[in-house]
Design a protein. Structure first.
Length: 193
């Protein structure tokens, strides 16, 4: 079993503007840097191996956390395709029927040229599966994105991303999930930082 601890990157200007960032490489803003600098990693998380999304906001977060990371492409944010850089309000105003149809798909929402949360979970699961070759219990940390964490949470909680999730995630906390023989489960949610 692999215990995976996810931490979301700090705030960016596009977060403030509620724009879908996806794979657009936006840096942390000043508030984001201050947020992460104030985090205190629990002892357990200080001695594990860390991985990070290749995007700048995740790399900056890892640096501010003081952890040495291995860059991992599988941890890159969900691609929002044609929706990147736009807000949901803008998208709903421009094409309300298409956006509503996509939102009704939950895990299978997939903007044109984008990626669905289901595909994100499969991508991350495939990578974690490569780390589980010896079937030895280990712990790793991942600095990534809200889309990644929500996709893994959906798999672990058996949530189809329609309606409210069974638990409220605090994205200023670490989220612990367990991966065993291809299946995700919840370890501990909202670990204070």
């Amino acid at each position: 079993m692999i215990h995976v601890y996810f931490i979301r990157h700090g705030q960016t200007q596009w977060n403030v503007e509620k724009r879908l960032q996806g794979r657009t490489d936006i840096p942390l803003n000043e508030i984001g840097r201050l947020q992460i600098a104030a985090y205190q990693l629990p002892d357990l998380l200080q001695s594990i191996t860390w991985f990070s999304s290749p995007l700048l906001r995740a790399q900056q977060t890892a640096e501010l956390l003081g952890v040495d990371v291995h860059t991992e492409a599988a941890l890159i944010e969900m691609s929002w395709g044609d929706w990147e850089g736009k807000t949901l309000t803008q998208l709903r105003q421009k094409d309300p029927i298409y956006v509503a149809e996509q939102e009704s798909l939950g895990l299978d929402l997939r903007p044109v040229t984008g990626e669905s949360p289901r595909l994100v979970a499969e991508r991350v699961s495939d990578w974690i599966d490569t780390l589980d070759v010896a079937n030895v219990e280990r712990r790793i940390g991942c600095v990534s994105h809200k889309g990644i964490i929500r996709a893994i949470y959906a798999s672990a909680a058996n949530w189809n991303m329609l309606g409210k999730p069974p638990h409220k995630l605090d994205f200023h906390c670490a989220q612990h999930f367990c991966f065993d023989r291809g299946c995700w489960s919840i370890g501990e949610l909202n670990i204070p930082l």
